[in-house]
Design a protein around this ligand. Structure first.
Ligand SMILES: [Zn+2]
Length: 285
């Protein structure tokens, strides 16, 4: 569309079960340039273990997919690795873990994800807490897992993407991050609406939400949460949506918001240079 970077802040890619690189091509053809690819929930990739070491295959799969995607983009992709908050219920209900054992497993999975950040193979961590009703014990250990992610983020100097309940006020969570030395700016609420107090919102591409966040002028990101699951084709937005919405924002005169979501906020939150990585030499024609 022009030389503006266009980043989808939260997408999944599954070449084995979904569209994989065809989805990346769709994104790029509409003007998409950069992607943050979040690992699929471990159980979708056949990992049903309680041993954190067994989750390395989930992370390695994501890193390999990101390498392939980067070859097809005018910019590049980066991996975001961690434990889906719904894992806690699978560990407790299906694997027979106590809440404390489930917490230890998930914190161990995050420790391994942080190793990939440390080595430069991943950009950020993914954590959060269930968006559905759980009992108090599971809720409490889920918060412990998230706090551990903040400690790792502070220690590795990386951002933490969160999957949480729908909310426009997560100031308590922002305080937990701050107390652990992680700037709440570096905490990103995935699947956000147009308003959020506390962390940085990664706003789903509904026009009314984008309009709200564009009007208020604060830091934000844009995402689709494309799941790339052939069994759930209409579950979320498709891979073309962020580039289409950027075009729409341009038509509506929100040029500053485009710069905020695709250049400034990515730089401030993740330390990535979306403009500087645009037009890197392609290894694939
Ligand atoms: Zn997701």
């Amino acid at each position: 569309m022009d030389d503006t970077p266009v980043l989808d802040n939260h997408m999944h890619l599954d070449p084995a079960a979904g569209r994989g690189m065809a989805a990346v091509d769709d994104f790029a053809h509409l003007g998409g340039t950069h992607l943050l690819v979040v690992n699929k929930p471990s159980w979708h990739l056949g990992v049903e273990s309680t041993d954190p070491e067994d989750f390395r295959s989930v992370f390695q799969t994501t890193i390999d997919i990101v390498a392939d995607a980067s070859e097809r983009l005018p910019g590049r992709a980066w991996p975001v690795l961690g434990a889906h908050p719904g894992l806690i219920s699978r560990l407790v209900e299906d694997r027979g873990c106590s809440p404390a054992e489930a917490r230890d497993c998930m914190q161990g999975v995050l420790d391994i994800a942080a190793e990939y950040v440390e080595s430069g193979d991943a950009l950020a961590l993914k954590s959060g807490r269930p968006h559905y009703e759980v009992d108090d014990a599971v809720w409490d250990v889920s918060n412990d897992v998230m706090k551990h992610a903040f400690e790792l983020g502070a220690d590795r100097d990386c951002a933490v993407q969160l999957h949480t309940e729908a909310s426009e006020d997560l100031t308590e969570i922002a305080e937990w991050a701050d107390e652990r030395g992680l700037d709440p700016l570096h905490v990103v609420k995935h699947y956000a609406s147009g308003r959020l107090a506390g962390p940085t919102p990664s706003v789903m591409c509904r026009k009314e939400w984008l309009k709200t966040v564009a009007e208020n002028g604060d830091a934000f990101l844009m995402e689709t949460d494309f799941v790339d699951d052939a069994d759930r084709p209409g579950a979320v937005m498709g891979p073309k949506t962020v580039p289409r919405r950027v075009r729409w924002l341009r038509e509506e005169g929100y040029d500053d918001a485009i710069e905020t979501a695709h250049v400034e906020t990515p730089r401030r939150v993740y330390g990535i240079d979306t403009r500087g990585t645009l037009g890197e030499p392609q290894t694939l024609g």
